[in-house]
Write a protein that binds this ligand. Structure first.
Ligand code: ADP
Ligand code: MG
Length: 680
C-alpha cells in the first residue's frame, strides 16, 4: 500500500475498531488514519516520577507506588465499592473504585502496584478515587498522552488504537514537502518523528518541540493555501465603473458627514476596485462604527455604473433594516431596490426573476439570495454583512453562487488579529476604528441579581423620559427551548408586575419573521418601550433612542458577545447605559471578564482580551461550524508563531512565484486545505 492510501484509510477498518466504535471516532471528527494520528492530546500525564504518599498533591494527578494490605467489597443498593488499603514507605492510604466490580480480582494482597491519581483527604484518611493503575512491570511509557474522548471510548483503548496505527505507519517513508532551507532555518524535524513524539513522548521537552513543529507545518501550509486562493481570485474582471461618482458626490446625499475612517475605507476599497482585479475584502469595524454607509457607497456606484449589486444579511430583521436605511440614505437618488423576503410569499417567483432582468438594481435579502437555482444578471459587487454568522466554507459557497467578481464581507465585531490572519487569511482588510463623533460613551455597570429591583426603577425613569430599553434574557446552554421558556417567563413576569404600566414587547428566535419585524417596528415607533429579548437582538439592530440594555446572566456570555449586545444602545446622541447582571456565585475569572467590559468600549481591544481569556475554540465555535482550520494550532496561544510563519510564506512566494513552488507541496496544500472549497 502506498502512504497516501494508508492515510486515507477509514478508521473503522483499523484492527480493533469496526463500524460501531468507528462512529464514536467520527464524533471526535476522526474519520481516517490521518485524522487519528493528528488528533492532538490535550494534556500529558507525567508518570516518570513516583511521589511519596506523604507528599501527595490534591490538585494534580501523580504517580504513587503502593503495596496492597487489604481488599474489601462494599455492597449497597445503588453501588458497589472496591476499597483497598495500601501503604508506601511514608503513609497508609485508601483506594476506592465505584461500580467497577470487574476490578475485584485485579489486585493481590501483598503485591505492589503503580497508581496514578489525585489524593483527597477525606474522613481523616487519604483516598485515591478511581485512579489509573499499572502492574509493577506494566508501566512502560513514562509520559502518557490524554485525549479528549467521548462516551464509549476509553483512554486505554484509544491509546492502544493509536499505538497500532503508529506501528503500521512506521513502515512507510514520508517525503518532505516543505522546502529544506525553511525547515533547517526553524529546526523543524520530520513529520513522522513529530507524530510519534506527541503520542509517545520520551520526555516533555521533545514532546513540546514536536508539537511546535507540527504547528509550524500546519500554519505554513494553510498560509500557502490562502495565498493560492488569493491569487486565483484576483483575476481581472471587465466591470466598467463610471468615472463621475466620488466621495464628494456621495456625501452630499447623506444626512451626516462621513468620519475620517469611513472615508479612508471607501478610498482604500475604491483604489483596489479601480485596478480591475477582483476584490475580496474584510471590512472590520466596531459595533456602531458605521460600516453600512461604507458599503452603500459601492452598492450605489455599481448601480450608477449599470450593474446589479447585492447585500446579504444573516437575518430577516437585519435585511429589512438594511432595506429601510438604504432606501432612506439614497432617497435623493431613489435607485431601484429589489428586496427579497425570506420564506415563500405570493409574488416571490416574480421577484426572483427580476434578479436576472439585465437592469441595474440594488438587491437586498438574506442568504436565501444564494440558491443554486437563482440566476443573476451581471453583478458588480456582493456585500455579506455580519460575517461571523457564516463559516469559512459557507462564505466560499455564497461567493461562488453569486458568481460575482467583487466581494466585501463586513464583520459584526472586531476580530483579533491572529484570528483574522488565520480565518480570513484569504482576504484583504479595511478597518474602521473611529466612531461617529457625536457618540457618547456607554456607561457600563456590573451588578448582581440582588440589584434588579433598583435596575428596574432606573429603567422606568429612562422610559418616562421617552427612551427605550432592552432586557436580555439568559443564554441557556445551547437549548433553544429553555431559552424560549426563560424569555417568555421573564416577559410575562415583567409585563404583569414591575412594568405593568409600560408597554413591554417580546422577541425571540422562534417567532415568525413577520412577528419579529412587527415588534421591531413597534419599538422604533414607540408603541413598545421595553423589549424583553433573547440574543436574537444581537445582530446589528439599530434603534437610535434605545438607551438602556440590561443583560441577565452576563457571566454566561463571552466578552465579544457582550460588547456586541451593548452596541444595541448608544446609537444616538443620548447617554446610554449597559447593566451586566451576574448570578451570585461568580468566579474570579468571570468577574474579571465583566470588569474588562466595564472599563473599555474599544471593540478591538476587547476582542483580543476575549481571545486570551477564553481561547479560540469558544470564540470560533466548533470545527463543525466550518471554522476549524487547525488540528494543532491554537490561534490564541500561538500568535507569535503564526506571525512568524506567515512572514516566511510571504517571503517564499516573493522569491519563487507560486507556480514554481514544488508541485508536491502544492498538491499537499490543495488536498489538505483547499479541496473542500469548491471555489477553486
Ligand atoms: P455598524 O458598523 O455597527 O454596522 P451601522 O452602519 O449600522 O453600524 O451604523 C450605525 C448608525 O450610525 C446608523 O444609524 C448610521 O446611520 C449612523 N452613522 C453612520 N455613519 C455615521 C456618521 N459618519 N455620522 C453620524 N452617524 C453615522
Ligand atoms: Mg451593521
Amino acid at each position: 500500500m502506498i502512504l497516501n492510501d494508508f492515510l486515507k484509510k477509514e478508521i473503522r477498518f483499523i484492527k480493533g475498531v469496526g463500524p460501531i466504535k468507528g462512529q464514536l471516532f467520527n464524533k471526535l471528527d476522526i474519520y481516517t488514519i490521518k485524522d487519528i494520528i493528528e488528533y492532538r492530546p490535550f494534556r500529558y500525564d507525567d508518570l516518570s516520577v513516583v511521589t511519596n504518599v506523604c507528599d501527595y498533591d490534591d490538585n494534580q494527578n501523580k504517580l504513587y507506588f503502593l503495596k496492597i494490605l487489604d481488599k474489601r467489597v462494599v455492597n449497597s443498593k445503588n453501588y458497589k465499592i472496591i476499597k483497598l488499603r495500601a501503604i508506601d514507605n511514608t503513609s497508609y492510604c485508601d483506594i476506592v473504585f465505584f461500580n467497577q466490580d470487574y476490578l475485584k480480582n485485579k489486585f493481590d494482597i501483598g503485591k505492589k502496584y503503580y497508581f496514578f491519581g489525585k489524593f483527597k483527604n477525606e474522613f481523616n484518611s487519604l483516598t485515591l478515587n478511581s485512579p489509573d493503575f499499572y502492574k509493577e512491570n506494566e508501566l512502560k511509557e513514562k509520559i502518557l498522552p490524554v485525549y479528549l474522548l467521548t462516551a464509549g471510548l476509553s483512554l486505554n483503548y484509544f491509546r492502544k488504537v493509536i499505538k497500532n496505527v503508529l506501528n503500521e505507519l512506521n513502515t512507510f517513508n514520508f517525503e518532505e514537502i516543505i522546502p529544506e532551507f525553511i525547515l533547517k532555518k526553524y529546526l523543524v524535524e520530520n513529520y513522522k518523528k513529530s507524530i510519534f513524539n506527541i503520542h509517545f513522548p520520551d520526555n516533555f521537552e521533545n514532546c513540546l518541540k514536536s508539537l511546535k513543529d507540527l504547528k509550524f507545518r500546519e500554519i505554513f501550509t494553510l498560509h500557502l493555501a490562502f495565498s493560492l486562493m488569493k491569487e486565483k481570485k484576483s483575476q481581472k474582471n471587465n466591470i466598467k465603473w463610471i468615472n463621475d461618482f466620488d466621495l464628494i458626490k456621495f456625501e452630499v446625499l447623506l444626512p451626516f458627514k462621513l468620519t475620517n475612517d469611513q472615508k479612508k475605507s471607501i478610498i482604500e476599497i475604491e483604489k483596489k476596485l479601480n485596478l480591475g482585479f477582483n476584490i475580496n475584502i474584510l471590512l472590520q469595524g466596531d459595533v456602531g462604527a458605521g460600516k453600512t454607509v461604507v458599503v452603500v457607497y459601492f452598492l450605489l456606484k455599481a448601480y450608477l455604473s449599470g450593474y446589479k449589486s447585492i447585500i446579504m444579511a444573516p437575518t430577516e430583521v437585519l435585511a429589512k433594516q438594511h432595506f429601510n436605511s438604504i432606501t432612506k440614505l439614497l432617497e435623493k437618488i431613489n435607485p431601484r431596490i429589489i428586496f427579497i423576503r425570506g420564506g415563500n410569499y405570493k409574488g416571490k417567483k416574480d421577484d426572483l426573476l427580476l434578479l436576472d432582468d439585465e437592469k441595474p438594481a440594488i438587491v437586498i435579502g438574506t442568504h436565501a439570495l444564494f440558491q443554486k437555482n437563482i440566476k443573476y444578471s451581471s453583478t458588480a459587487i456582493t456585500i455579506i454583512d455580519e460575517q461571523h454568522r457564516f463559516g469559512v466554507k459557507q462564505r466560499m459557497e455564497l461567493i461562488k453562487l453569486s458568481n460575482c467578481p467583487n466581494v466585501i464581507v463586513m464583520s459584526a465585531t472586531p476580530i483579533p488579529r491572529t484570528l483574522s490572519l488565520t480565518v480570513y487569511g484569504d482576504m484583504d482588510y479595511s478597518v474602521i476604528k473611529e466612531k461617529p463623533a457625536e457618540r457618547i460613551k456607554i456607561k457600563t455597570f456590573v451588578r448582581s441579581e440582588e440589584s434588579l429591583f433598583k435596575i428596574y426603577e432606573f429603567i422606568k425613569k429612562r422610559v418616562d423620559y421617552g427612551e427605550k430599553c432592552f432586557i436580555i434574557t439568559p443564554l441557556v446552554d445551547e437549548s433553544d427551548k429553555l431559552e424560549l421558556k426563560s424569555a417568555i417567563a421573564t416577559y410575562e413576569d415583567l409585563s404583569t408586575n414591575v412594568f405593568k404600566n409600560y408597554s413591554v414587547g417580546l422577541l425571540h428566535g422562534r417567532m415568525k419573521e413577520k412577528e419579529k419585524n412587527k415588534v421591531m417596528e413597534d419599538l422604533k415607533e414607540g408603541k413598545v418601550n421595553i423589549l424583553v429579548s433573547t440574543t436574537v437582538i444581537e445582530v446589528g439592530v439599530d434603534i437610535s433612542d434605545a438607551t438602556v440594555i440590561v443583560i441577565n446572566h452576563a457571566d454566561r456570555f463571552g466578552i465579544a458577545q457582550l460588547h456586541q449586545l451593548r452596541g444595541r444602545v448608544g446609537r444616538g446622541n443620548k447617554p446610554s447605559y449597559c447593566v451586566l447582571v451576574h448570578s451570585n456565585e461568580i468566579s474570579k475569572t468571570t468577574m474579571k471578564r465583566l470588569r474588562i467590559l466595564e472599563n473599555s468600549d474599544d471593540g478591538f481591544y476587547l476582542a483580543e482580551a476575549d481571545l486570551l481569556l477564553r481561547g479560540s475554540g469558544e470564540l470560533l465555535g466548533s470545527r463543525q461550524h466550518g471554522f476549524g482550520l487547525f488540528r494543532f494550532v491554537d490561534p490564541a496561544e500561538d500568535r507569535e508563531l503564526i506571525e512568524q510563519v506567515k512572514k516566511e510564506v510571504n517571503a517564499l512566494i516573493k522569491i519563487e512565484k507560486i507556480e514554481n513552488i514544488d508541485k508536491k507541496l502544492l498538491d499537499y496544500v490543495y488536498e489538505k486545505h483547499l479541496k473542500d472549497y469548491s471555489i477553486l
